[in-house]
Design a binder for this molecule. Structure first.
Ligand SMILES: [Zn+2]
Length: 171
């Protein structure tokens, strides 16, 4: 199941050049939001998020490498979407990739959805929160076993809830 969305990279290769010239559409209108997804557009989130988080989640921004305090977060707990608060990653799936961004080898089931991104001309697999559509990061095939995947996540797109603290209600 986890590798299925990555297959979308390959058919998209044929459309590389025309698509590369197009602006990348923000993810806020993702149709993949699950049951109970908030009825918010990317614009609506602007009022609910600090500017730097909004820029990463809904305006195709990327934070600087090594800038997130979550890089060094090693406690047990859950990483949730900074916008809608859907749980995305368990701390047991986090590892130090050396990339400078919080990295995980597996997302929680159904927590993220995928699409191909052409911002660097070469296709990459972008993933976003399956509930609100907020951009989280990119997934690569150079991660550790057992998945072999590396979810390279913007720390600004996440909040960390230590084990023992209640998860906030999704918004
Ligand atoms: Zn979300």
């Amino acid at each position: 199941m986890r590798s299925r969305p990555l297959l979308s990279v390959f058919p998209a290769l044929t459309g590389l050049l025309p698509k590369a010239a197009l602006p990348v559409v923000a993810d806020g209108e993702s149709a993949q939001g699950g049951i109970g997804a908030p009825a918010k557009t990317a614009c609506d989130w602007k009022a609910d998020l600090p500017q730097e988080r909004y820029r990463v989640l809904f305006a195709e921004g990327t934070e600087f490498a090594h800038s997130s305090p979550l890089n060094s977060e090693k406690r047990e707990g859950t990483f949730i979407c900074a916008a809608c608060h859907q749980p995305l990653f368990a701390s047991s799936r986090k590892y130090n990739s050396g990339s400078g961004w919080p990295s995980f080898w597996e997302a929680l089931p159904g927590a993220v959805a995928f699409k191909t991104d052409y911002k660097l001309l070469m296709p990459r697999t972008e993933y976003h929160c399956s509930r609100c559509g907020g951009h989280q990061g990119h997934v690569f095939k150079d991660g550790p076993q057992p998945s072999g995947e590396r979810y390279c996540n913007n720390g600004l797109a996440l909040l960390f809830i230590p084990r023992g603290e209640p998860l906030p209600t999704p918004r």
